[in-house]
Design a protein. Structure first.
Length: 349
């Protein structure tokens, strides 16, 4: 069975192996051993603190990382990861570009021109972020990608007090077959004098240099070459399915893009996300077998550090109970009459 659970100390090597597969542009998890070790330590500390002080609103505990892994219980192999950062930009600046419009007009000359501009900003400081989503290629089937991504929404629904009311996700921007970003070559390289992959790596270590080197004035996009202009807000082909998935959950593009590759940023209110809004809790009844339709459901227990989420079929008994199999109950670490949160994997039957 495939199970989503919080990352553990024994997952250190598995996380390192995933980091070696992510590629350029995957800012939140790169092939950098100190960075991977730091991310694991951050996640372990975050789960520990949240468990010790449930429901805390202390600002010292807001900057947390809740990192999950997908485990194939038959093999014991970790095959994916996904995370939620509780509040970005609280201990180091968080930047992106806001795409705005500038109008230049002259009645005397009968000229009216409207052009897009890029302005460096930190408008999303304090927002929560969906991050670090990666699934091993061998498991990119049977709706596992949607399962991995949406399992985080079950955690958000269970523990909203740990997060901001607003949440976003950065989508990887376009790169060519050589992992070169036309946007970076047209803009960022002039201020950083390094290639795209190196700048992306450096941003994960220290974002302060961005403010020191990037221009503070609006950048007129019509001055960029067409290959850079055309990809502002465009999603990398490998990330396009993830974008579509988030859009079905209520996320939308509001005109903010990444400063390196111009990938779009999608936003939503946590309470408005479909899986959060439509999820419900029921008492559990454990049965030997379930006969129901083939609709896929997300199921999650109510634990924090012991969080478990699976995907599968279930059935209802009245308005109060949901029936699951013994195998499902074992995977969820849940017992009879305990509460189980459920929601359809998608809005379509």
């Amino acid at each position: 069975m495939i199970v989503i659970r919080p990352i553990h100390e024994q997952d250190r090597e598995a996380l390192w192996q995933i980091a070696n597969q992510t590629g350029a542009g995957f800012t939140s998890l790169q092939s950098n051993r100190p960075m991977v070790d730091k991310k694991l330590a951050w996640a372990l500390t975050s789960f520990k603190q949240a468990s010790q002080q449930p429901g805390t609103t202390d600002p010292d505990h807001k900057n947390a990382l809740y990192l999950f892994v997908m485990e194939d219980t038959q093999t014991g192999q970790v095959v994916g990861t996904a995370g939620i950062e509780s509040a970005v930009g609280l201990d180091s600046p968080w930047y992106n570009y806001k795409v705005s419009k500038q109008v230049h007009a002259s009645q005397q000359l009968n000229v009216y021109t409207m052009v897009n501009t890029l302005m460096l900003c930190s408008d999303h400081t304090g927002f929560s972020e969906l991050c670090t989503l990666f699934l091993h290629p061998d498991y990119r089937h049977s709706k596992n990608g949607a399962f991995l991504s949406k399992s985080r929404m079950m955690f958000l629904a269970a523990f909203p007090e740990l997060f901001d009311a607003n949440i976003f996700a950065e989508m990887r921007g376009y790169c060519d077959e050589n992992e070169i970003s036309p946007f970076w070559e047209a803009l960022g390289r002039h201020f950083f004098a390094v290639d795209f992959a190196e700048a992306d790596r450096q941003s994960t270590v220290d974002k302060a240099f961005i403010a020191e080197l990037m221009p503070r004035h609006p950048i007129y996009t019509n001055l960029l070459p067409n290959d850079a202009l055309d990809i502002i807000g465009v999603t990398h082909e490998s990330t396009t399915p993830a974008r579509h998935l988030l859009e079905t959950e209520g996320f939308h593009y509001t005109g903010y893009v990444d400063i390196f590759d111009a990938g779009p940023l999608l936003e939503a209110r946590v309470k408005d996300m479909r899986s959060v809004r439509e999820s419900r809790q029921y008492k559990v009844k454990i049965v030997d077998s379930n006969t129901t339709d083939q609709r896929r459901w997300l199921m999650a227990n109510s634990e924090l550090s012991g969080f478990r989420c699976i995907m599968g079929s279930l059935s209802y008994e009245g308005m109060e109970f949901v029936k699951i199999t013994r195998e499902q109950a074992a995977a969820l670490s849940i017992e009879e009459d305990q509460l189980l949160r459920v929601v359809p994997l998608s809005s379509q039957p």
